[in-house]
Design a protein around this ligand. Sequence first.
Ligand code: 13P
Length: 248
Amino acid sequence: MKIIANFKMNKTPFETKEYLMNIVPKSKDFNQEIILCLPYTSIAIGKFMTEGTSIKIGAQNLCEEEEGHSTGEISGRMLKDAGVSYVLVGHSERRSKFKENSKALNKKIKSALKNGLNVILCVGETLAERNTLKTAQVLKDEIEEALKGLYENELENITIAYEPIWAIGSGKTLAVKEIDMAAGIIRKVITNDFSPSAGENISIVYGGSVNSKNVGQISKAKKINGLLIGGACLDESSFLQILSTTNH
Ligand code: 13P
């Protein structure tokens, strides 16, 4: 199982160090693949503190360009050299607040893969889209636009994170049945666009208000391979609780 923590815009490098001093020594007790998507400024300390452990470091975004005139941006090549192995692409907060469109997301994914990074592609519907039964169409469109032009073998380095936008930070979660239904839709899209084995093997995680109390229930979903956690990963004891509940 993959447990991905998205720190979003939280924790200074010093605070990240204090956090990791509590998490790293205990990480050997867990079998999951633990991925910490840190703010850019915490990547160096995160990499240093997790050296020699199975914890992987992720970033939360990358620039679609390789280098040059893009003040304030960070490229895939820079992330790779900084020791990052995963990068989130297309988080709904970036799509809505920073107006990232599907064309740019497709370029970001290609640049990440070219630089040897694993991609966590975030997709998910708004509440209005859900209420008007558009979830399946939204997931199909977001996945197809983002993965346009990719080869099937490149899917090995892609994880799809299903995060219903209305469930992020709201305390609202889906029933296990609904998570499996969405994961089924995602697998079908990949099956149709690539192959049945690609649809079966694509890695899917669920995100949206997962916490130490509901994680036992949510992780019963059979068609997902892990979880993407925001707020509940920021507190060490709550994150450790999530890790121990999902440690099978
Ligand atoms: P919360 O777990 O805080 O709802 O955030 C989910 C998320 O957006 C992770 O990427």
